[in-house]
Design a protein around this ligand. Structure first.
Ligand SMILES: C[S@@+](CC[C@H](N)C(=O)[O-])C[C@H]1O[C@@H](n2cnc3c(N)ncnc32)[C@H](O)[C@@H]1O
Length: 275
């Protein structure tokens, strides 16, 4: 994985979010259809992934793969934790997240780094939030063991990711992973079963698991309707990569509907806490 290939993948996302006033880079969760905007679907996905996870003014939270800082900011505003670190690989996204929060105090701390080597000390974090980012990690076991290392006993990992039960179908995508393209960039898909086995081996206790493919596909359908809505004609021609992104999101929705992709939400705990 390089900054160049990852940048090629996320540049159209950046243009789309800027054109549509969005703060997140995720697919969203249609808890309710008809009443929520795509921005609200993206926030719903954050609350759905957290579930009953407790975050309060004493909590240290780490958002790994925080993108342009939407979910970090929403969690920070709602729970006012003692500290919230957003860790992100792409330098341009770390900068965008920092810019958004520059005039606020207190504010989340955004760090550039790699999920495979979390730049924090052992036993420091109460909650790790990881949304739609681990699909890009080549060594997910390494990432999960890093989560074990930095979480306190009793700490939580909330991980939501695009998965598949038909990995062979996506081998061609993996073969083109190193090309700077908006469609492929370091994509290594696991199944829910792969995740569960790794969580077990690495000592996590599974608290909750949801296959959310249906509400995620619904959210993408709503999002695409919204994106193609007002001013679409004017923005369509102007944005490099915009058309490709719309096609990409439509394909993702179809693959989720057909069951060729899944979307799994896991809540896990490191044993040994007081609660
Ligand atoms: C689909 S976006 C999701 C962003 C954010 N979680 C959200 O919901 O808005 C995935 C993010 O993971 C980041 N990412 C990919 N590989 C990473 C790695 N090894 N370490 C840290 N971040 C990574 C990407 O740059 C991208 O910003």
């Amino acid at each position: 994985m390089s900054q160049r290939t990852m940048e090629a993948h996320y540049r159209p996302n950046w243009e789309l979010t800027q054109a549509r006033g969005l703060l997140g880079y995720n697919c969203g969760y249609a808890a309710e259809r008809g009443n929520e905007s795509f921005d609200e679907h993206q926030q719903s996905l954050v609350w759905r992934l957290l579930g009953d996870t407790k975050i309060d003014e004493n909590s240290v939270v780490l958002d790994v793969g925080c993108g342009i800082g939407g979910p970090s900011g929403w969690m920070f505003e709602r729970f006012k934790p003692k500290q919230l670190f957003g860790l992100e690989y792409l330098g341009s996204s770390v900068q965008a997240a920092g810019e958004r929060w520059r005039n606020r105090d207190p504010r989340p701390t955004f760090l550039q780094g790699d999920a495979h080597r979390i730049p924090l000390a052992d036993n420091q974090v109460d909650v790790i939030f990881n949304l739609e980012s681990a699909l890009h990690y080549k060594d997910k076991r390494q990432f999960i063991s890093e989560c074990q290392r930095v979480l306190k006993p009793g700490g939580r990992l909330c991980l939501g990711d695009i998965t598949t039960r038909r990995k062979w179908l996506f081998l061609p995508v993996e073969m083109t992973n190193s090309l700077p393209s908006q469609f492929t960039s370091s994509v290594w898909l696991w199944s829910a079963a792969d995740y569960k086995a790794a969580f077990r081996e690495l000592g996590f206790k599974l608290l909750n698991h949801e296959n959310a493919a249906a509400p995620i596909a619904d959210s993408l359908a709503d999002g695409l309707d919204e994106i193609k809505g007002k001013n679409f004609a004017e923005t369509w021609g102007n944005m490099r990569g915009f058309r490709g992104r719309v096609g990409f999101l439509g394909t993702l929705r179809q693959l989720l509907r057909l069951g060729l992709l899944d979307y799994d939400l896991f809540q896990l705990e490191v044993p040994g806490g007081n609660g």
